[in-house]
Design a protein around this ligand. Structure first.
Ligand code: G16
Ligand code: MG
Length: 219
């Protein structure tokens, strides 16, 4: 029986991927590193420090941990200031409607984001009221594809993993949901989230009606 939902933030509730891209691009240009949208897509759902390592590997470069941390902080400063522009108009189409519907039907709802800036993003969107539990990059130490962030959410909601559906736009996020024993909904192309139990191209199609129709034995 499904009693709860756990939502990833970036790429599911709002599209911060573009803002992350601009901030990484800014740093990469300064460092003379190659960085494009294809690599940016590989950073979906993974932590800031893991992200900079992916960029470094792509450029066959190596730097000590301390320099890496400094550069990641620099990128983060650019990213965080770009969040000031975000408003309550910046939900991905369909996201606010689904969150509202889940509230009216009385489901438990948690956030399960890898971002350490999730609170700021929720504030900018004015989205706090949709969540009973906030799990973010500060809640657990092991990031996706480990299931810890989703297990944090289900435990706080006092639910078992198989009573929850996880929404994710990242390959590593669907891997994490599966590793934890959750049902999963992938948002995005088949090549990225085709291994989810159910997939939609975008949140606009992810209505509660569609979800209930697919997982009909679980409602
Ligand atoms: C998000 C993004 C990732 C980002 C990560 C950490 O995860 O998708 O690209 O690297 O957060 O973000 P921050 O640097 O703000 O801590 P999610 O899980 O919300 O998709
Ligand atoms: Mg995401």
């Amino acid at each position: 029986m499904i009693k709860g939902f756990i939502f990833d933030l970036d790429g599911v509730i709002t599209d911060t991927a573009e803002l992350h891209y601009k901030a990484w691009k800014n740093l990469a240009d300064e460092m003379g590193w190659d960085f494009d949208y294809e690599i940016n897509d590989k950073l979906r759902g993974i932590s800031r420090m893991d992200s900079i390592k992916v960029i470094l590997d792509h450029n066959q470069a190596s730097l000590d941990e301390e320099t890496l941390a400094e550069l990641a902080t620099k990128k983060n400063d650019i990213y965080v200031s770009s969040l000031d522009e975000m408003t309550s108009e910046d939900y991905l189409p369909g996201a606010k409607e689904l969150l509202t519907h889940l509230r009216t039907e009385g489901f438990n709802v948690a956030l399960g984001s890898a971002s350490k800036n999730a609170i700021k993003v929720l504030q900018q969107l004015n989205a706090n009221m949709y969540f009973d539990v906030i799990g973010d990059g500060n809640s657990v130490s092991k990031s996706k594809p480990e299931p810890d962030i989703f297990l944090y959410g289900s435990e706080k909601m006092k639910l078992q993993p198989d009573e929850c559906i996880v929404f994710e736009d990242a390959e590593s996020g669907i891997d994490a949901a599966k590793a934890g024993g959750f049902y999963s909904v992938g948002i995005g192309p088949k090549e990225r989230v085709g291994h989810a139990d159910l997939r939609f191209d975008s949140m606009a199609e992810a209505t509660l009606f569609e979800i209930k129709s697919h997982f009909k034995d679980l409602f």
